[in-house]
Design a protein around this ligand. Structure first.
Ligand SMILES: Nc1nc2c(ncn2[C@@H]2O[C@H](COP(=O)(O)OP(=O)(O)O)[C@@H](O)[C@H]2O)c(=O)[nH]1
Ligand SMILES: [Mg+2]
Ligand SMILES: [Zn+2]
Length: 369
């Protein structure tokens, strides 16, 4: 066992593994300590690490400015593994971030085309949906696309089962729009379904969903303690206020971690294959179209049109698919423009450096995915 793995031993219950230790070896040699980012604020963060002296897990405040980046997707986020310089004064600093195995990235709210990482390195994206209101299938599909795109496995959890008596019917409806994902019904209030939920959650889990869906209540139930504040008054309208304001990582008593997130009003997609994975049933139908490049609009022998016609594919689901696909195409075109602008800037810097003396490039060990 290398010194960097033994130094991080208490962290292996919370996601530290051989791949991360191998990547970290370079930083271990520089005297840095491996740490898991549990919460990010402006310019600072909390990290979980194994105390080099006692070996106990503890939380340390650290300066994140050395790993700041103009691209928000590359900035440190909850769930990132970091190399921390504990000796730095006046505050320990995050000197580098390790590569991410998964990342939940949404388009930032508003008209901009920037991405925002909601959580990094999770194995499961748990989509919490309250049974107390009529489920918004389009919204669940959108969350599923976001989850598939992250590289983690989506899991839909229908919460507050104690408040309704048709939970199983609703679950069947949701299962139809969630190919490849498990759908569970739970009640944090009565404990119903909680054991099954725990069995679905090895490793790291991020909880996403609307405000008031019961995410923080579930986090507390899984953690076995009051780790997160929950909405005090049970809102009659299911919109809910934002009780949770930061993304926070909670280590679980039996290993693993849960990342609780504030409710999301806008869940813009940020490109990629997630939409196609979330609508794998449509892709399967489309394989039977006569033409490989069928646009499913007016071509003869279109299996999608036939499925819409005979009702096996609901029009609502097809519309939802097309809408999310268009959104993805828009963001892809915006990123192409951004990449082109970035390339132009680099060329300018390079030609300038060839004329001048100092090189504009600097060593940057960070990478994402
Ligand atoms: N009846 C019932 N209420 C719940 C359950 N889970 C959460 N709630 C209530 O739903 C409200 C919103 O919960 P909260 O965890 O703050 O939701 P969040 O915004 O998704 O984090 C709170 O008033 C909770 O007490 C449940 O299983 N049953
Ligand atoms: Mg909350
Ligand atoms: Zn077709």
């Amino acid at each position: 066992m290398t010194s960097s793995t033994s130094a991080a031993l208490p962290l292996s219950a919370h996601g530290w593994n051989e791949d991360r230790a191998a990547e970290f070896a370079f930083y271990a040699e520089a005297g840095l300590t491996p740490a898991l980012i549990s919460r990010v604020d402006r310019g600072q963060c909390d990290v979980l690490l194994a105390d080099p002296e006692s070996g106990e897990l503890r939380t340390v405040r650290a300066d994140t400015r050395p790993v700041g980046d103009p691209d928000p997707v590359k900035c440190p986020c909850t769930g990132d593994w970091a190399a921390v310089d504990l000796a730095a004064q006046p505050l320990p600093t995050v000197s580098a971030l390790l590569g991410r195995s998964t990342a939940i990235v949404r388009k930032t709210a508003g008209g901009r085309s920037d991405g925002q990482v909601l959580a990094a390195n999770v194995d499961t994206v748990m989509i919490a949906v309250s049974l107390a209101a009529d489920p918004d299938l389009g919204r669940i599909e959108r969350f599923l696309a976001l989850a598939w795109e992250s590289g983690a496995v989506p899991l839909v959890v229908l919460t507050k089962a104690d408040l309704v008596d048709d939970a199983d019917f609703i679950r069947e409806d949701v299962e139809k729009i969630a190919p490849g994902a498990a759908v569970l019904t739970v009640s944090a209030e009565t404990g119903e379904g909680m054991d099954e939920l725990r069995a679905h959650l090895p490793g790291a889990t991020a909880l996403v969903g609307q405000s008031g869906a019961g995410k923080s209540t579930l986090t507390n139930a899984l953690a076995g303690r009051h780790a997160m504040a929950v909405q005090e008054t049970r809102s009659v309208d299911e919109k809910g206020r934002h009780t949770t304001t930061t993304r926070e990582l909670i280590p679980l008593p039996d290993g693993g971690v849960v990342i609780d997130t504030p409710g999301l009003r806008e869940v813009g997609l940020y490109g990629g294959e997630g939409v196609d994975l979330a609508f794998a049933d449509i892709a399967a139908i489309a394989e039977r179209c006569r033409f490989d490049d069928c646009s499913h609009r007016s071509e003869p022998g279109c299996a999608v049109a036939a499925a819409l016609e005979d009702g096996t594919l609901p029009q609502r689901r097809m519309d939802s698919y097309l809408k999310l696909q268009r959104e993805n195409e828009w963001i892809a075109s915006r990123s192409d423009a951004r990449v082109a602008a970035e390339r132009a800037r680099k060329w300018k810097a390079v030609t300038k450096s060839m004329r001048g003396s100092s090189s504009p490039t600097r060593h940057d060990p960070r990478r994402t995915r």
